[in-house]
Design a protein around this ligand. Structure first.
Ligand code: C2E
Ligand code: MG
Ligand code: MG
Length: 638
């Protein structure tokens, strides 16, 4: 299981399997025995990267070459054809800026991506200004860099295919007589929608492939949760809705000239009903990924329009999957299969979106399902633990609460941090169960600590988007409060900008119902989303947690410091409690205290710890010390 493979944590170090002794990394093109592998040209100062980079690259199938200096790099870019150039930006050094820009000028239009390795935001900005293909931060995570190189090269490939597709299209237009009317006159026709059926669609798509070649795309568009429509309107009503959907889709394609309105026109797209609520579209003129995406989004937004059926008006949502020729398959059959796999993925991500097929989809889906299975076992076997990170009051230095954070104690892999499994659990929906488990354990624990005399202690619990989707969140929270005899205001529920609020659910009603229970709400990871300020206006929150990325940047980055201070200021004006996350140093502590934050959490005081350790911290939390003067923190190793 790759994501749990502990070696993932070693991606800044060399691959063990690639440690041949005395290997040299800068073979020239004309050296005997040179392989035909694609070349990666490195212009690097750091000895660490010069040493290990070539091994990682070789493992990924590249021939790595290190240029001794800028002049040599420019020379090699001219005389050789590297598949990728990796430059350590080092942008404080003017020669390096010049090198980056110079290389960029030389390779312009040749489809060679430049990857820049940067230290800090300014270097990233300079590299982006130089229009490099992508940037990666120091210290270099080689797995990430190799993945990005792969993506950048694929992008170049896709562009090549697009250009080729345009050329073919021009040729196809010349033989318009051969390609006319892909959509009509086929015997396999669906009676309900009067569209071609699956067999006819495959035949049409194969003909389109033969005529149009590269750039042809297959889309599968489906209506989400159609069983609810069938339940509400009955079978007959559902059929009427489907017939209306077929007409509406055909209207979208015809109105935009993407589908011929009569058999005399040039067929550039075909529409069919593949099965049940699945509709297929093949586009030949629309220009590969971009065109397919345009068509898909038009169809998806048409689906959102009110539709008549069974004497009623219904509101639908659709999802779509897309596969492109030739990257995703040679035949119509393959393309449809892959577009359907992409559709499954789109629905797994919550629906309402378009998802393109990528070759890693099957592999990725299998991996995710494996993690999902293991997590279900973990829940059953009680391998999920809840740890607690102290929330400390700036003013008194006292622990005033805890944030409950889940951990997975795996029998073979040890303690696994949430970022390694939460993203998968969010996708598969299991996160609802995991978060409900944390809520139950944390509220029970709070009861126990309160019984031990820590009467004022609060407990913060993170909510997941999946819990909102399940629809029983308010009942669960009420049960947790009542069962443990807690004062509702001692429980704070954290909603994350990145997690919960990034979904398209109407969650405001649920938040209001939670507020009515008397619990507190806090906006987690504040500042990382697109609409932080508007959430403050719309949502009934009591606290904001300034994301640790701002805290980390506040000391040495003027804009981060200004943003952090402004966020604290806005929060105070709205009478919210402001909590600074991720305080790691004394300086950060002073700075955030000075900005008027009320509470903080961070490794400076303590990471999240098991309940017994937290209990120990509670006993030593000394209310008489003033923070910043004597710093009474029980400093811990991480
Ligand atoms: P979060 O809610 O923003 O939690 C704070 C995260 O910051 C925790 O990471 C914590 O260990 C980390 N952190 C705290 N102080 C510092 C510091 O000084 N420096 C740095 N670098 N990091 C610090 P963790 O435990 O890995 O959790 C990550 C995220 O996973 C959480 O972010 C939360 O969104 C989610 N999560 C964790 N447990 C649960 C859960 O039971 N349910 C739900 N829904 N989400 C959870
Ligand atoms: Mg949190
Ligand atoms: Mg946070």
């Amino acid at each position: 299981m790759t994501s749990l493979d502990r070696s993932a944590l070693d991606a800044r170090r060399p691959p063990e399997a690639q440690r041949p002794a005395g290997e040299t990394s800068n073979k020239r093109r004309d050296e005997p025995g040179r392989s035909e592998a694609p070349r990666a040209l490195l212009l690097i100062k750091s000895s660490e990267i010069r040493r290990w980079g070539p091994r990682w690259l070789r493992r990924a199938g590249f021939e790595a070459e290190i240029a001794g200096d800028v002049a040599e790099a420019l020379d090699r870019v001219d005389t050789q054809e590297p598949a990728v150039v990796i430059v350590e930006a080092g942008l404080r050094d003017p020669a390096r800026v010049w090198a980056l820009e110079g290389i960029q000028r030389r390779i312009h239009g040749r489809g060679i991506p430049i990857m820049a390795l940067c230290r800090g935001d300014r270097e990233i900005q300079r590299a982006l200004d130089a229009e490099v293909a992508d940037v990666v931060r120091h210290p270099v995570d080689w797995r990430l860099l190799l993945h990005r190189i792969h993506v950048a090269r694929r992008r170049v490939e896709t562009r090549r295919h697009l250009a080729e597709a345009h050329r073919r299209l021009d040729r196809a237009l010349d033989v318009v007589g051969q390609t006319h009317d892909l959509s009509y006159g086929t015997p396999d026709r669906d009676r309900l929608t009067e569209l071609p059926g699956r067999e006819a669609f495959l035949a049409l798509a194969d003909r389109a492939l033969a005529a149009g070649g590269g750039g042809t795309a297959v889309l599968v568009v489906a209506i989400d949760r159609f069983d609810a429509v069938n339940e509400a309107l009955g079978r007959e009503g559902g059929d009427q809705v489907l017939a209306s959907v077929g007409r509406a889709m055909r209207g979208v394609l015809s109105n935009r000239g993407w589908l011929p309105a009569s058999s005399g026109g040039l067929a550039t797209a075909a529409l069919a009903r593949l099965s049940g609520v699945h509709f297929g579209v093949v586009t030949t003129h629309a220009g590969g990924a971009e065109g397919a995406s345009r068509v898909a989004h038009q169809l998806l937004s048409e689906l959102c329009e009110p539709i008549e059926g069974g004497g009623q008006t219904v509101h639908l949502v659709g999802s779509a999957g897309a596969a492109l020729h030739p990257n995703d398959g040679d035949t119509a059959e393959q393309l449809v299969r892959h577009a359907e796999a992409a559709l499954v993925e789109a629905r797994r991500l919550g629906g309402g979106i378009l998802r393109f097929y990528c070759s890693s989809l099957n592999e990725g889906t299998t991996r995710k399902l494996a993690i999902d299975r293991m997590l279900r076992t973990a829940l059953r076997k009680n391998q999920l633990e809840v740890h607690y990170q102290p929330l400390v009051e700036f003013h008194t230095g006292r622990i005033v609460g805890a944030e409950a954070l889940v951990r997975w104690r795996h029998p073979d892999h040890g303690l696994i941090q949430p970022q390694e499994f939460i993203p998968v659990a969010e996708e598969t929906g299991l996160m609802a169960e995991i978060s409900n488990h944390t809520l139950d354990v944390a509220t029970r624990q709070l009861r126990e600590w309160r019984d031990q005399g820590f009467d004022d202690l609060g407990m913060a619990v993170n909510l997941s988007l999946c819990q909102f989707r399940q629809g029983d969140l308010v009942r669960r929270v009420r049960d947790a409060i009542v069962t443990n005899g807690l004062r509702p205001e001692s429980l704070e529920l954290e909603i994350s900008e990145r997690g919960v609020l990034s979904g398209d659910l109407e969650i405001i009603e649920v938040l209001r119902a939670l507020k009515e229970l008397g619990v507190r709400l806090s906006l987690d990871d504040f500042g990382t989303g697109d609409s932080s300020i508007s959430y403050l206006k719309d949502f009934p929150v009591d606290s904001l947690k300034i994301d640790k990325s701002f805290v980390a940047g506040a000391l040495d980055n003027n804009s981060d410091s200004a943003i952090t201070s402004a966020m604290a200021d806005i929060g105070r004006r709205l009478s919210l409690r402001i909590i600074a996350e991720g305080i790691e140093t004394d300086h950060q502590l002073e700075l955030l205290k000075g900005m008027g934050c009320h509470q903080f959490q961070g490794f400076l005081f303590s990471p999240a710890v098991a309940s017994q350790e937290f209990r120990r911290l509670l006993s030593v939390s000394d209310p008489t010390h003033e923070l910043g003067r004597t710093l009474p923190f029980p400093r811990r190793s991480r």
